[in-house]
Design a protein around this ligand. Sequence first.
Ligand code: FAD
Length: 542
Amino acid sequence: MTVKQIESDVLIIGGGAAGLTLALKLANNFSIRLISKSILREGSTLYAQGGIAAVNAPDDSLNSHIEDTINAGSGLCDPAVVRFTVEHAAENIQWLIDQGITFTRNTSNSPLGKYHLTREGGHSHRRVFHATDATGKAVETTLEQRVLAHPQIQVDEQHIAVDLITTQKLGQPGNNRCLGAYILDQGNNQVDVYRARFVLLSTGGASKVYLYTSNPDTATGDGIAMAWRAGCRVANMEFNQFHPTCLYHPKAKSFLITEALRGEGGKLRLPDGSRFMDHYDERAELAPRDIVARAIDHEMKRLGCDNVFLDISHKSADFIVRHFPTIHARCLEFGIDITREAIPVVPAAHYTCGGIMTDLHGQTDIANLYAVGETAFTGLHGANRMASNSLLECLVFAQSASKQILEQQDQPSINAEIPAWDESRVTDSDEEIVVHHNWDEIRRMMWDYVGIVRSNKRLQRSQRRVEMLKLEIDEYYGNFRVTNDLLELRNLVVVADLIIRSAISRKESRGLHYNLDYPKTETQLQKNTILVPENFAAKKLE
Ligand SMILES: Cc1cc2nc3c(=O)[nH]c(=O)nc-3n(C[C@H](O)[C@H](O)[C@H](O)COP(=O)(O)OP(=O)(O)OC[C@H]3O[C@@H](n4cnc5c(N)ncnc54)[C@H](O)[C@@H]3O)c2cc1C
């Protein structure tokens, strides 16, 4: 079998909002190879319901958006990054409109302006642009069409990145620089070398490390694990956001009920119909997600019930169907008519606030390697992401990264020889069960011990278990041919380890990280958790 060496100017790994935007912004000047481990559109972006935050209402202001973001982030947002993101929001919404995305509008002559803006937890104003309740689908499918039609972009679906190729790995002296990646073609099970002058990670988050998640199967933290192995620093992995309201039904796989439903008046109720959020926060249902998720977790544990309920049935059926057509239709499939009854809901892992450390241009610690979107840690979200700021982050940082890459258009490539993938010492697996068992074990362990509410004892238990799992998975990886499941498992265990180490090192409760043994927020601990890999060499970021 001949191993392919595939060359392009730019290699983009991941085809969500971040990856598609990067591709479109660079394609007129570079040859682009975009790879996606599933079909192109499968990723978190497709499932985003609520929308994208940008100041537009007459009574709103940039300062108010900045202030709300910083408040949600519990002292850890980087104010310069927040300002940068918020200031670039409007032009990126306009870019989406120019690409053909149709945001929901107000009726003509509305004093509130052309676009209907919704409100979500943490936002003090209506500022969320949306395409009814399927904003992500509109973004993903529109950008996907444009990418597929562009002559300079070659898309390889069902291709999964295995590892990054760097000068350090090839034993070359000097600044560590990224040269490409090894990619498994799931069609013929062959690992090929993809060589590029610029490599962009846009692989999304890592919420699949938890048993219950709102994320699709792709969210296994591959980019974070690959960058860590290649020598990049990773930050704030203890801050995983749990969405308070996922549909609770045995047949509904991770279906989220958008926060906008609470924004439009939805009430949380216990099984006896009583409300409870006002006991926890004066903003009640509109408190930030961490507060709502913890309140639900507490009530479920207190009452020993499997779920609570989210009720919008007091609004007119016409209003509900107009504003939430997707949720209405999906719930009906499970026999729940949300115009007449409350929706059973539970919290689920939703968003990875931490990730690969980058600067304002998505540049990582390794030269010519960029990370954009949920895989990156930019400093925007701090200890808690405010709703609808994440798609915005994908767009703004794809824009700034592409600008910087365009400025380096004349940079020469490196002619290092890259060895083919070595399969001489591996065989086909005779024990697939190990992969499946360890997948389940990691996800349950993370849910039980490193979930919404943590304690020192639970974290120590998880640390002992993850050490053992790391050894087993490494051994398995060294002996058997790689498959999609094995690669994801290898990445999940790295991500689990990074989350546990970060959670153990934070000896306080802050934002999304809540530890029963340190229930208070400590002013002197108001800093990011930065993990440095052993092979960290070039310190590109200041
Ligand atoms: C249900 C749900 C609702 C949400 N609602 C909102 C919202 O209303 N507003 C908002 O701002 N945010 C929302 N979010 C969060 C937001 O959708 C995500 O943060 C954002 O879409 C991430 O985009 P991305 O491009 O970084 O990653 P994704 O869209 O997840 O795309 C990742 C891509 O990388 C690919 N990939 C991963 N690993 C590999 C690999 N090893 N090799 C090759 N390809 C790989 C995947 O196949 C996929 O194509 C929501 C998330 C979910 C799950």
